[in-house]
Design a protein around this ligand. Structure first.
Ligand SMILES: [Zn+2]
Length: 204
């Protein structure tokens, strides 16, 4: 049992640069803990019954009316159905814009080749569920700080999350949740030194 009195269904530590996925039933909650702070977690979710209906960043931003994700934000799908709702958030800001890091983008941005990256993590984890790279869309970046300036400028800046901050999302339908504990070492997404996270699935 956890402090809320609900049964913990699954409890994992995801190593720096690691990946994780789970089918989460409607009403169950996914809790992600940034154990040491300033650790971006790249997150995708899909309708478990209809995997081609998946998280849609544009629908999420325009229907919630905000580019940031926080308590109360609903994650909308391609079909504008609610996949998950953020029910707890001690960090206060999560990104919808910057998508995942990839070997390709790391080469363009930083001149480094073959770096560990979230896109490769997504490809490997989605394959476990019979889904291919074309199912990767612009994802949620939990605990990643990408402020938008008045002139539209953006940058990945130092994370705002502190040691032990967490975010909790309730499944509003059965969903497949997929995450990559970002291995990025060339920008502040993971504080230039990726750290482990804790992931729990909590019963309804
Ligand atoms: Zn990454």
């Amino acid at each position: 049992m956890n402090p809320s009195g609900s049964k913990t269904i699954r409890h994992d530590i995801v190593a720096p640069g690691g990946r994780w996925s789970h089918r989460i039933e409607r009403g169950q909650r996914l809790r992600i803990v940034d154990r040491e702070g300033r650790q971006a977690v790249d997150f995708l979710c899909y309708s478990a019954d209809l995997p081609l209906d998946r998280y849609n960043a544009a629908n999420t931003v325009k229907i919630n009316g905000n580019i940031y994700i926080g308590t109360g934000t609903k994650l909308y799908s391609d079909h504008a159905r609610v996949l998950m709702t953020v029910t707890e958030d001690t960090c206060g800001r999560h990104d919808t814009l910057a998508g995942c890091c990839s070997a390709h983008a790391n080469f363009v941005r930083y001149g480094v080749r073959d770096t560990p990256n979230c896109r490769d993590n997504f490809i490997a984890e989605l394959a476990c569920w019979g889904l291919g790279p074309s199912e990767i869309v612009a994802n949620v970046n939990l605990f990643m700080n990408v402020p938008v300036r008045q002139d539209g400028g953006i940058a990945i800046e130092q994370g705002l999350s502190k040691e032990g901050d967490h975010v909790e999302l309730r499944a509003e339908q059965d969903v497949l949740a997929v995450l990559s504990n970002c291995p990025q070492a060339h920008n502040p997404a993971a504080g230039f030194a990726p750290t482990p996270i804790e992931v729990l699935v909590i019963g309804a």
